[in-house]
Design a protein around this ligand. Structure first.
Ligand code: SF4
Length: 182
């Protein structure tokens, strides 16, 4: 039987959801036997997201032009897309900047008003991605197949979501153990 082509990506988050993924400890060895990790910030050096991915965990909200471009490509190339953690599901912490009202006030606050030495706005087209006006949850950009909340989701919750998929089944995303935020 061919192995599941498995990927993870991070957008605007803190990487804590990926750290929780690594907390699955010895089950990661079982997982590694059953999947091909074809793309991941913690498990692969590949620069380009590949075609024909079976399952992808998406951490983080959509905050800039690079996030937007990547998630659209990921959606096009992935069968089962999982919104992984509260930042992906609701935009959560990164969306706190939305209260400032948009991209320009955020940059002004961060780089001019709070800048210590020679404050200036970052502007390196093609190097520094342009911020979007608001940070938005992933499902507001592309359709999502499975929502896995948590900040971060526990290792048990991550395992309970992924394990059924390895056997061609849908995970039961119900009850406090699987759906509690925070
Ligand atoms: S959901 Fe929590 S742990 Fe995950 S990226 Fe966001 S802030 Fe970090």
């Amino acid at each position: 039987m061919s192995k599941i082509r498995f990927a993870t990506i991070w957008l605007a988050g803190c990487s804590g959801c990926h750290m929780s993924f690594l907390d699955m400890d010895e089950w990661l060895i079982e997982l590694a036997d059953q999947v091909d990790v074809v793309y991941s910030p913690v498990g692969s050096d590949l620069k380009d997201y590949p075609e024909n991915v079976d399952v992808c965990l998406v951490e983080g909200g959509v905050a800039n032009e690079d996030n937007l471009e990547l998630i659209q490509q990921v959606r096009d190339r992935t069968k089962t897309l999982i919104s992984f953690g509260d930042c992906a599901v609701t935009a959560n912490i990164p969306a706190m900047r939305n209260m400032l009202g948009g991209r320009d006030p955020v940059l002004k606050r961060g780089y001019i008003e709070l800048g210590d030495n020679s404050p200036q706005l970052p502007h390196e087209p093609g190097i520094v991605p342009e911020l979007l006006d608001q940070v938005i949850p992933v499902h507001q950009v592309v359709p999502i197949d499975i929502f896995m909340p948590g900040c971060p989701p526990s290792a048990d919750r991550i395992k309970a979501t992924i394990e059924p998929l390895l056997n061609g089944k849908e995970p039961a995303m119900e009850g406090r153990e699987m759906l509690k935020f925070g």
